[in-house]
Design a protein around this ligand. Sequence first.
Ligand code: HEM
Length: 454
Amino acid sequence: MAAGQDVTSNGSRSGEHIAPIVPGRLPLLGHTMSLLGRRFRFLSSLRSHGEVVRIYLGPLPVYLVTSPELAWQVLATNADRFDKGILFDKIRPLSGNGLANSNGDFHRRQRRLMLPAFHRKHIAGSAYTMARAASDLIESWRPGESVAVDKRMADLALTIIGRTLFSAELGRDAIAEVQRSMPILIKYLTVRTFAPQWLPIPANRRFDEAAARFRRVVAEVIAAARTEGKDHGDLLSMLLLARDEDTGEGMSDQQIHDEIVTILTAGTETTAVALAWFFHELGQHPEVQRRFHAEIDQVLAGRMATLDDIPRLEYTRRIMCEVLRKYPILILMRRARTDVDLGGVHIQPGTEVALSQYTLHHDPHLYPDPARFDPDRWLPDRAARLPKGAFIPFGAGPHHCPGYSFAETEIAIVAATVAARWRLVPVAGKPVHPRLAATTHPNQLPMITMRRHT
Ligand code: HEM
């Protein structure tokens, strides 16, 4: 039976299941309005319609899997049957053929070249950059001041990635351009992804302009670094020096360029948003905050956080997991390369397939009372009961986020550095809720600084 057949309820013919169309589909627009509008309610509702459901991006059908088992199949066990799908076609003008956008043998080769740069021994150096940048930020705060925590975390994440990629002087312009363009790119990415191309919105033009500026500056830095020929020990030098173990070949300038843009896009907003929600949730849950502060005081005892502290920040890790559960990237997409069976539904080659971490992470069968912020869900014996695929903030399988350790280190070190000195208090009358973005970005996050230790 054809995967694109138009039915509205679960059924079975010749032993095959049919994925139901999720209610709310509009002519021409499909489910775009649900995804752009009340998307959290929409995404949470998907599981109740079946294990594989059909949504429409404009006229395009997308088969979305809602169970952890099927999500794991798509990302990991059956990964070789899928390519990156339409979402990645739409961001190709920005990140070219970087890791996140490539498939098959080319992806495997690139990943082999890139992974050493994310090795723990390099993250130790970045940990110092993270603690330093966070200390510089909080140095400027005064007691009783209102700080836009979401914006400051976005600046901080960009500064940290910028200094990790380009430690040398020649990266200064690139860091400045990154700080200018990234917020624009992130802002329009989701609209560009979910809205049909023909919708007359300024998002596409603004996105393209920022992407072009951004790519030009990065290209200039790479050319200058090649000419200079020095190893600065930063990520850019590592990419320039990386060689394939089998062939001895390095990456072309174009490829390095695509990887840098990919890292900048994949690694800044995601981490900044997690940090923002981390502080928001602490402000909402005094008992969680008290336990967190007690742990920080005991482990750090007034000194700067380092990579070696991370394993002892056990409660901090639980808060981080709960933040990444509650506020994940919304959706991951793939495109079937071959015929594939997903939970009895036959998927034809070329069909767009998706899964939503938001749907999985808010499934009440997996996480009772999913809206509640409860770091103790991540006590080892409770977490061990979750099936594979139930908690996938960093994805899984061959495209699993290579920056996960970098991100976890950054979240722990920045949170610890801030909390060692400041308690951040919510501002009354300023409601905070997620707004439309590729991640679950807060609409605003003003918080008042209160000194913890004098
Ligand atoms: C909390 C922070 C982060 C989250 C939640 C996150 C999440 C993810 C997810 C879900 C994927 C898989 C996408 C897919 O399968 O389609 C991914 C891929 C990727 N991430 Fe992250 N990420 C984070 C931080 C970072 C950082 C800090 C970096 C770099 C320093 C980074 C670099 C990448 C790259 C290069 C890929 C593409 C990997 C591939 O396709 O082989 N990420 N990330």
